[in-house]
Design a protein around this ligand. Sequence first.
Ligand code: VG1
Ligand code: CO
Length: 590
Amino acid sequence: MPLFRRGLPSPISRRSCRFAVKASSAPPTAAELKISTIPTKPVEGQKTGTSGLRKKVKVFQEENYLANWIQALFNSLPPEDYEGGVLVLGGDGRYFNREAAQIIIKIAAGNGVGEILVGRDGLLSTPAVSAVIRKRGANGGFIMSASHNPGGPEYDWGIKFNYSSGQPAPESITDKIYGNTLSISEIKIADIPDVDLSSLGVVNYGNFTVEVIDPVSDYLELMENVFDFELIKGLVSRPDFRFTFDAMHAVTGAYAKPIFVNRLGASLDFISNGVPLEDFGHGHPDPNLTYAKDLVKIMYAEDAPDFGAASDGDGDRNMILGRGFFITPSDSVAIIAANAEAAIPYFKDGAKGLARSMPTSGALDRVASKLNLPFFEVPTGWKFFGNLMDAGKLSICGEESFGTGSDHIREKDGIWAVLAWLSIIAYQNKDKKVGEKLVSVADIAKEHWTTYGRNFFSRYDYEECESEGANKMMGYLRDVISKTKSGDKYGRNYTLQFADDFTYTDPVDGSVASRQGLRFVFTDGSRIIYRLSGTGSAGATIRIYIEQFEPDVSKHETDAQTALKPLIGLALSVSKLSEFTGREKPTVIT
Ligand code: VG1
Ligand code: CO
């Protein structure tokens, strides 16, 4: 599979239809684009995790730290795939993005890139970067974000590279980049002034062009093609329906007003934390029950709105709440998949296939089986879905970590998930007169459970443990697994079907990803899964995923923590977690 699309229009012809040239001083001519080569030394530890390279801001501020990684990236790609080509650049607005954008622009120019399309003020959500790459036929793009990790001088920064289908670079590329960071000796950088990113326009330096684009318009256009906006507008403008969205002072703040208010008619009052801030207002921009507590409080209050949602730092995650009701992400993707054909025009001919990450609950599997659709289970991380989408095998997919999306782009998509839920609610209520009782979020979920059964699911996170203890625990569990056999008894009620370390073989290109999570699967379908996070920037985060299927409708309203209690106890005792880590309680429970 070629990495980049060939036969792109040349940057010159692409440029002719753009905005008027805007530059503070007369642009230099081609001959004047001076490129310097500066010597550098390799830096340890620039290995990409689940989603890009994430470190403390202070680490990225070390001399050439970011520049080395960017140059190593260009050293990893065939020159014909970027020379004279187009790259997209954007980010979530976090601290250090301004400086980083200038470094990336200059190194791209130094390596012969033809054009950079950058979001105004350096802003573009992760899904919007994917959308812009695809719409404009770009060769790839950079996302400046550490996603849900906190931002600010003391916190995290991150960088991710997506290629021409808009998909996060696969491990074959990120491994190559890492290899090159260990042998790098020079950086090629263009000697141009900092580019003004605060207003739309085009500036040329010799054969190199920077275009500052509106961060919202390409993305909004795509959403209008995917969804029936008139249907959603009908719901949002009802006097008996209230909707609230928490942008967590992150990038979706830039999207919420143009989409929900201006285009769909929601009231501006219902958007909270809608201004993107460099430190997310001292928050942790992770839309879950722990970190989005303001929204949770609103949605569980008396007279709560009918629908509440939040998105993360870079806009690819989502949390969905009804009045006093939390939709687990594993249920969310299953419910969207079950209702998509009827409620979302993009899926009017049905989905091509469904997929989830391995630790995500099996709720989606049941929808796939009922709708008779191809189904895939991939490792954690969105990059594993892209090949299936490119091959036309997959339409709707999700992760338990608040990620939901489809093949309209190649990233998970927070606003898409909110629009998908609004479409489903709107569709189910389209014939309801004002004053009649509306079908609520809770009704939709309960109806789904009645049809498919309920997969109780919970995740326990132990953040920033000592790496040594966490690694020892995983080693110990591998040892335990090697001694297990089918039929082993666990506690009073569980019989082991199998235990292993998940390995995935990509059905499209045959690439193999191993050591993707330790799983204990029991004969009744219950599962316990252990993984170490690949997105943290300090210590180790242990994740334990617990799942149990319940076909009995009379038990569906049990609280998930109550229903899962025996299995959770088992997960803690089997792993000896508190002995290895000294932790008695998780930092986050979802
Ligand atoms: C976490 C999630 C994973 C998600 C990844 C990136 O990874 O578990 O499902 O794809 O974050 O999401 P890990 O390795 O920490 O478990 V984001 O919104 O941070 O780009
Ligand atoms: Co994110």
